[in-house]
Write a protein that binds this ligand. Sequence first.
Ligand code: GDP
Ligand code: MG
Length: 788
Amino acid sequence: MTTLKDIKAGETVVVEKVGGSGALRQHFLDMGVIPGTELTLVKFAPMGDPMELRLHGYELTLRLADAEQIEVSERPHSTQAEVKKSSVVKKGDKRQTAHPGLGEGGKFHPKGSGDPLPEGTTLKLALVGNQNSGKTTLFNRLTGSKQHVGNFPGVTVDRKDGVIKGHPEAVITDLPGIYSMSPYTSEEIVSRSFVLDEKPHAIINIVDVTNIERNLYLTVQLLEMDIPMVVALNMMDELTANGGGIDVNEMEARLGVPVVPISAAKNEGIEELVSHALHVAYYQEKPVRQDICDRSHNGGAVHRCLHGIAHLIDDHAESAGLPIRFAASKVAEGDEPVITQLGLDHNEEETIEHIVSQLESERGLDRSAAIADMRFSFIFRVCAAAVTKPHESREHIRSRRIDRVLTGKYTAIPLFIVIMLLISFLSFNVIGAFLQDLIETGVGAMTELVDEALTNADVNEVIHGLIVGGLFEGVGSVLSFLPVIVTLFFFLSILEDSGYIARVAFFMDKMLRKIGLSGRSIVPLLIGFGCSVPAVMATRTMPSERDRKMTILLTPFMSCSAKMPIYAFFVDAFFPGIGWLIYIGLYLFGVLVGILAACLYKKTLFKGEAVPFVMELPNYRMPGVGNVAQLLWEKAKDFLQRAFSVILIASLAVWFLQSFDLGMRLTSDAGNSILARAAGLIAPVMAPIGLGDWRLVVSLVSGFMAKESVVSTIEILYTEGIGSALTTLSALSFLVFSLIYTPCVAAIASIKRELGRKWAVGVVFWQCAVAWLAAFLVHLAGVLLGAA
Ligand code: GDP
Ligand code: MG
């Protein structure tokens, strides 16, 4: 018996049997790995594990340990492979031109204009589709909103609502991508519950036509939901550019719902789509067919099984509020939550078991494989009749070429390191630094001007101090870091939008597994270099709770961009000339401590097995200029908003508290101020790491609100400049401490949202403790080396 693990790169085999159990196995089946499927082993990751597979025209990652569960054979024997092959040959040339252009076709409407919903109903539409099918792009088109688009699985991790442009009566919800109605990760549950529980008036099912078989797998399950639906065939531009085509009318006839070809990216066919979607929603035109099992197919075993079950559970499904056809296939698949929800009695359960074992023996497949097989057979028949396969797309050829280098055996990791170095060099030294100088000069000139004006106007001393000392010194010092941060985000978004991060996950998986994580963790961790808040959110795409928790706990070790100002400020004062070294050193130190922490977590909090790593590798795509520009704008806006809210308030508070003593008298000696007294209580704890100065303590505390505040606070408190006030060793110790100590309030809030209050509070104290220890070691080493 051969398993997938035994085959060589470049070989094509046919799946015989899918082993394993539970949600993972279902996930395999849902991704199209079912008996009879042809698989090609594209390559192994540089470290030999995981592998990259090609099936149904897309790429998938799989670990060797999981590949072992899949039995394969060499001869292509299955009916599916044959249907698929013959269809391509037979229909190939004839239909070359027979498809309508974008936005055409789709005249299909069984109910015409009878029976509308009551006047004034707000139409709720749901946007459902696979990951990377273009949902968010379409959502932005439909609503004119500006959600983030990305090219790796799991950019949309939560639902987003928006009103359709020009149709105030219709609200559409962008949902996380799903491959099937059997949820596998926590974000997928969001999508399934939305469709099941919120009962939208209509579903817009977005289908990536460059990957149509796998995408239609979700479509046929959505048909079972008994909700009006429109299929949007997206990425038509890519398909037609490569000689493919779709007979839309044929597909409509077979699916029983309106089908509209569109290109979300090029904004074609969108209006047509909207009008069909609103029509089916308004007139509640449910799918004409929900029943895709065929009596004549494979002896009709699945057909009889599903209909048998449907009759048995009819009343239960109705009282449980589940669509009957959906409930029947879930019961046939053996989906426990649905079976429980139906509340079947003992006899009924037994009857169902009989029906199912009849199915299994007739088909020679187990229950879930038999159902998945039935669905895929239907899809292959639809595609055979309606789809002209493109020749290998330019995008795909390009992707393969790029991949040969970027995920090549000897090139992948060196290139990754080079790319990361290049990004930091460009952000910190070249682009960022240049723009930063420019802004600094501007802010400096402004400060002087205002200072002079206030002196001339003889303004009250307190107000003068507040404006110059608090506002300009504080907020102004932070503003100058905007360019560095925006540049950093620019590169991160290019990496993400191009599809590279998915590759990094692929070739880093083995290494990450050693410290108890999975390849999937790389996505949140890399985002963490930008900001911990979206990083923590991004962990929702991870199928294993254990990996997810652990990844969340590790994001604080990835130095976020808001800490950049701190580093830059200290580099200016203490390490001129070797700034670059300090930046890289700090980033790497953070990662190193993170790795140590991961090893610790793995041994204590999170024992247990690594979960499988099954992820789609999307084609490389040119990042959209609009998308990137818009992301940068959002980040800049966000930063400015923070500068003028949290950081401004913190600056003013710090200025105020350091200007008054305990008796609320204006004091010229900040050492007597309220702030000094309060911070003096914590200072002794910080003394052993060389940070006993109360002003440093205050700045770190203010950094809890927003990391940039650390700099503004120091700027306010050290009127004489920091260079002369600290030793170089203390400065280094300070840098190390700020690298690791508690994340800011916003990050803690998002950790609380994901893991709960206890964990969030734990993170605050734990990070401070680790930071203290790390700074202590650095300080100690410095003292021993005589650098004090
Ligand atoms: P989601 O994961 O389903 O939300 O997908 P996104 O909207 O984030 O898009 C995934 C990728 O597909 C992005 O790189 C988009 O630029 C790209 N994309 C979306 N629609 C189209 C289209 O109509 N044509 C082409 N060629 N690319 C598209
Ligand atoms: Mg999205």
